[in-house]
Ligand binder design. Sequence first.
Ligand code: CO8
Length: 262
Amino acid sequence: MSDYETILVEQRPETNGAVTLITLNRPQALNALNNKVLSELIAAFAAYDADDSQRCAVLTGSEKAFAAGADIKEMSDQGFADMYGNNHFGGWDRVVATRKPWIAAVSGYALGGGCEVAMMADFIIAADSAKFGQPEIKLGVTPGMGGSQRMARAIGKAKTMEMCLTGRMMDAEEAERSGLVARVVPAADLVEEAVKTAETIAGMGPLAALAVKEMVDAAFETTLTQGVAFERRLFHGLFGSEDQKEGMAAFVEKREAKWKGR
Ligand code: CO8
């Protein structure tokens, strides 16, 4: 457990500490994201990234709300100079810069900034109770933490425009059908299922996991030809690792691989 005020961080014992569970913990505000939450998440993700024993992370909220958005009360009186001058919420880029894999486990509301943070994850596992939305237009603003961009890349223009222009919510079933989430599970099993999935990832070669994340992310930044070339170079590069020798030897010898992350 941790000394943070707005989040809980735990290296899950059933995974021997390989899976880090980060839980948003501002129940009185439905986990609304304020500057304190952001600074604590930046610290928690940096600590996760820096510790070799931690191999995959899960970010979750409460049963009622993953996060009901950026903290409206914190923002409401801010002017242009406050927001632009202080690059308000620019720090989320540091969460996105996490190099190791992490999963968003979403139950209940993931609205506005909450939906945007979920979309920053490598993928989303949703409870059947999950509700996604970008309702900022109802407040006279727009998504501001990447929602219009990441949602458009995840589910395409038509649905993104509809979601952002009407502010309507999308349930878990529609989110899965649309490609916003990887999988839907019963709400009661959400954290267990997400941790289990994270444990599977934690059991893979750490270098290969970093490379997968880097190459899939590149698909959203490059042309197909450049992306395929980048993938091939990373693939070639892994042949300089001990884990590639170990992984292929283990297959031939019909045994479990013992990864070194080297
Ligand atoms: N911010 C601050 N407080 C919130 C937020 C929020 N986003 N959401 C809920 N709360 C608070 C409520 O004010 C309430 O507090 P109190 O008890 O003190 O009145 C408490 O949480 C419980 O909420 P409700 O009583 O409203 O609970 P309900 O079950 O009736 O409703 C809803 C749940 C539907 C989720 C409702 O709370 C709601 O609509 N919340 C706001 C959703 C929203 O509009 N989110 C978008 C926010 S804007 C945003 O995210 C912009 C992101 C980009 C920022 C980029 C900056 C650069």
